[in-house]
Design a binder for this molecule. Structure first.
Ligand code: SF4
Ligand code: SF4
Length: 426
């Protein structure tokens, strides 16, 4: 079992500069639910002063893994890495009841298999009207949509398998890239993949979709199952190694951040060098397009009747802003689209509560954070909120449903596709 390294834990100088950026500290006001408090707990476990099963686990469970504390920390505490170790230790300790571990594993394994996940969502949609409150244990009930989680997800796409293996560039060829289609994303956000391919082609890139790529392992490593994560990651690395590509493009923030850190996942294993070579080629799609330079759309996008343009706002997905440091690139691209006015969102980089499967496991805190996010989106007056992560897209969409003034949500690459007037190309 992986152990904490004291040089990482001792980097925390207890300054507290991270506290106000931590969503759970802001919501609870409790030191134990702050980054500093959690690091203190990790250190106490590491030094044998406490055990996970004595009151420490709930604070690790309540952490979103959003890594806003890393952005705020002047001392360079690698909080995300520490959290992964803490979660793996908790899952192997008596602190985690066996039934909880089984349910968690079941959810993660289901999400990592697109066909099984699509089948489960369709089945859950059929069953959810028949199931009443309390008919199932809470995690299973939430998963089956009794509280509306599943019923309100985007439609399941059956066209996933219809993506071709290769898409040619349009105009002058500028390079060849591989695309991660993702596990959850390929089922619920097929259109984002289609938009990504179309936008890359329009900008002169040949796009390869390696077969059999599956899940990147992000959900597993973020939730305390690094062995499964390594197994999934290795399959993905092998898939992309078979293709000669200049970059591996990702449109999901959570996947991208994990893939950029594969060398850490495989540290001290025979695959570390391979993992690093792979990680070095990973780019978020907005980061990639900003680096390459995009073709500007020819026609402006129109807004609501009576508006001079299309007003949009942007929510920073945590694993894009805090884990990958990608903030400027999506904004620059959005601002460059003719007719579009970007209104900054207050607390744009505060977690919306989605956080992988956090909204299933910690629904109360997740809902509080969602409400906070929705209030701030409403205050911008935007017609569209843009964000670069499937979990945020699905979760924020649920919160937007009840607004009297409709607000749409989409990935920035979908807005770009609309601006290019590219439709039904895949
Ligand atoms: S990862 Fe997010 S929720 Fe967890 S301690 Fe850091 S800021 Fe707080
Ligand atoms: S900002 Fe960094 S050093 Fe300061 S308390 Fe938070 S984690 Fe520790």
């Amino acid at each position: 079992m992986q152990q904490f390294r004291s040089e990482h834990l001792l980097k925390c100088i207890h300054c507290g500069l991270c506290l106000q950026s931590c969503p759970t500290y802001v919501a609870e006001g409790s030191e134990a639910d702050s980054p500093r408090g959690r690091i203190y707990l990790m250190r106490a476990v590491s030094e044998g002063r406490i055990r996970w099963e004595v009151g420490a686990t709930e604070h690790i469970d309540r952490c979103l893994g959003c890594r806003a504390c890393e952005t705020a920390c002047p001392s360079g505490v690698p909080y995300g890495y520490l959290l992964e170790i803490a979660r793996a230790q908790v899952e192997r300790s008596p602190a985690r009841p066996a039934m909880q571990r089984v349910v968690k594993r079941l959810i993660l394994n289901l999400m990592a298999q697109p066909r099984a996940f699509a089948f489960a969502i369709r089945t859950a949609r059929l069953l959810s009207p028949l199931l009443g409150e309390g008919a199932l244990p809470a995690p299973a009930a939430r998963m089956l949509g009794v509280k509306g989680v599943v019923a309100q997800l985007p439609p399941v796409h059956s066209k996933r398998e219809r993506l071709a293996s290769v898409y040619p560039p349009q105009g002058e060829r500028r390079g060849r890239v591989g695309l991660l289609t993702g596990c959850v994303a390929s089922v619920l956000f097929h259109e984002v993949n289609v938009a990504t391919i179309a936008v890359l082609q329009y900008n002169g890139f040949e796009v390869v979709i390696p077969r059999g790529q599956g899940c990147c392992g992000a959900l597993h490593v973020h939730n305390g199952f690094p062995d499964e994560a390594r197994r999934l990651a290795l399959r993905l690395i092998e898939c992309f190694e078979r293709e000669s590509v200049d970059a591996i493009v990702v449109n999901s923030a959570g996947c991208g951040s994990t893939m950029k850190e594969y060398h850490q996942l495989f540290a001290c294993t025979p695959h570390e060098a391979r993992a690093r070579a792979f990680a070095d080629r990973v780019r978020d799609v907005m980061e990639f397009l900003a680096e390459a330079g995009i073709r500007l759309p020819e026609h402006p996008l129109a807004g609501r009747a009576g508006e001079p343009g299309l007003v949009v706002t942007y929510h920073d997905a945590c694993h894009l802003a805090h884990a990958q440091g990608v903030r400027r690139q999506p904004r620059d691209i959005i601002r460059s689209i003719p007719g579009v006015r970007l209104v900054e969102l207050e607390e744009a980089d505060m977690c919306c509560g989605s956080a992988g499967i956090y909204n299933l496991l910690q629904p109360e805190m997740a809902s509080r954070l969602l409400q906070r996010k929705i209030e701030r989106i409403r205050a911008t007056g935007a017609e569209i909120v843009l964000t670069g992560n499937p979990g945020c897209l699905a979760w924020i969409a649920q919160g937007l449903r009840d607004l009297s003034q409709p607000v749409a949500i989409m990935h920035p690459v979908e807005l770009l596709r609309s601006a290019y007037e590219l439709h039904d190309r895949c």
